[in-house]
Ligand binder design. Structure first.
Ligand code: NAP
Length: 452
């Protein structure tokens, strides 16, 4: 038997487990999927926006894998805690695949970033996703203005949630406190600001288009800012996604502006503005100062020395993620990833026997959920090719008992099912469908009620 630990139960971890057990060349593989949270599914549970039910429903596919008899879920097991180092894991399993994502958000590196009312999009997403590490004291939702810095899908997600009405979010599993705060929000206008042009924006067209379909919300684009982009005049050389994005923003720019007043809320897409300072008064955000940029002819931008200020009581930076160092594993700080060759972890340039990576910690924080499937497959293929040598390494007879001996109290699958039941019960007590439990104690209590 070959015992494999997959660290992380998000899409890359679960797709890796699936690729390992759904093959016939190497029989007898058992996979334990470890997660530091008591709940599975990673960013599908704690990153995908609550109103994206279709993407959320991918949990059903991931669930089928975690319920496979050759796969076991072990939640609330943090690598790095209770002496569970990467070296110790290798004594428990023949192979370990790290699928730990890219957990840190990038900073802007401008003055004022730490003012009250300035947050990373990750903090905001964690809050409305009921992540147990999220800050619980709410956000500066007094309004009327909010600035979202960045032009990727996370920026689109947070801008959309900011203008959604409570009745649209109520049927989702958004936690009750966040729902109440969003219902009372005074935010009426969200400025989503890109430092480059519309042809270089990172969002995907489906997500972009959705902004235009929000009830009572106008999307506003200044045609003069579109015209600054040389690709706007002749988009023929652009990748299809950028061409489609341009078509969408072109449509919004052409729409008459007089409807703006009639619509209750607005999202303003701004281009060629880079943040130079978060402005504040008495320790609180009052707006953002931007420098107008211009295309530099190579796809980048240069400053123009002209500035513009956008007033706002809330600033969310949605400028991407980066991987975090996991003590005991090699790390490439320049890329925020673990060095690897086809998924094999490299130590001093050489493959480290039994250690693998997949997902964002392998390739960086890019792509959609489905991108993780081929990525996981490549890693699983490397591991399976190494299987004969890996199987010769002596490992613990019972890794779960060894984890318990170290002081971990794994939440197994039936514990997760108990959390699901508790969330359904919480929802029904609030007259809603399932509502997420937002804190560690609540999750652990729910899991352990079932399992002791
Ligand atoms: P992203 O796609 O890399 O976008 C980051 C944005 O931040 C870019 O517009 C980037 O501009 C900008 N940026 C970076 N540094 C900046 C700075 N110092 N000042 C101003 N702007 C800056 O990252 P993301 O939005 O976090 O998304 C991460 C991944 O998750 C993506 O692959 C995304 O598609 C995926 N995702 C998908 C969905 C979905 O499918 N619905 C939802 C959420 C996330 P430049 O291009 O100029 O660098």
């Amino acid at each position: 038997m070959l015992r494999v630990a997959v660290v992380g139960s998000g899409p890359s971890g679960v797709y890796t487990a699936q690729a390992l057990v759904q093959q016939t060349a190497v029989p007898g593989i058992r996979v334990d999927v470890l997660d530091r949270l008591p709940c599975p599914y990673g960013l599908v549970r704690y990153g995908v926006a609550p109103d994206h039910e279709k993407i959320k429903s991918l949990q059903g596919n991931l669930r089928t894998v975690l319920e496979d008899e050759r796969v076991a879920f072990l939640g609330d097991v943090e690598v790095g805690a209770h002496g569970l180092t990467p070296a110790r894991l290798l004594e428990l399993y023949h192979a370990v695949v790290y699928c730990v994502g890219a957990a840190r958000d990038r900073k802007l590196g401008v003055p004022g970033e730490d003012l009250a009312g300035s947050f990373s999009a990750t903090e905001f997403v964690s809050w409305y996703s009921a992540h147990p590490d999220a800050v619980h004291d709410g956000f500066g939702l007094d309004g009327p203005g909010a600035v979202v810095v960045g032009a990727g899908n996370v920026a689109v997600d947070v801008a959309r949630v900011l203008v959604r009405r409570a009745e649209e979010l109520r049927p989702t599993d958004v936690p009750q406190d966040a729902l109440a705060a969003l219902a009372a929000s005074g935010v009426r206008e969200v400025h989503m600001v890109a430092r480059r042009g519309p042809a270089q924006a990172k969002f995907t067209t489906k997500e972009l288009r959705e902004l235009g379909a929000l009830p009572d919300t106008r999307v506003l684009v200044d045609p003069a800012e579109l015209a600054l982009d040389p690709a706007y005049a002749d988009p023929s050389g652009l990748p299809a996604v950028n061409r489609r994005n341009l078509e969408v923003v072109r449509g919004w720019a052409a729409a008459p502006a007089d409807g703006a007043a009639a619509a209750g809320r607005g999202i303003r897409l701004r281009f060629f503005l880079r943040p130079v300072e978060i402005l504040g008064e008495a320790g609180r955000v009052t707006g953002v100062r931007f420098e107008r940029t211009a295309p530099d002819g190579t796809g980048g931008v240069r400053g123009t020395g002209r500035y513009e200020e956008i007033p706002a009581g809330l600033v969310l930076r949605a400028v991407g993620y980066t991987g975090a160092l996991l003590p005991g594993l090699p790390f490439d700080p320049a890329h925020g990833t673990v060095p690897h060759a086809a998924g094999r972890v490299l130590r001093d340039g050489e493959p480290s026997p039994g250690e693998y990576v997949a997902g964002w910690i392998k390739r960086g924080p890019t792509g959609v959920i489905g991108t993780n499937r081929p990525c996981a497959k490549e890693t699983a293929t490397s591991l399976l090719a190494d299987a004969p040598a890996l199987a010769r390494r002596p490992v613990a007879d019972d890794p779960v008992a060894a984890l318990r001996a170290l002081g971990h109290r794994p939440v197994e699958w039936r514990g997760w099912l108990a959390i699901e039941r508790a969330e359904a019960a919480l929802g029904s007590s609030l007259g809603r469908d399932r509502v997420k439990i937002p804190d560690w104690a609540g999750l652990r209590d729910a899991a352990r009620e079932a399992t002791g």
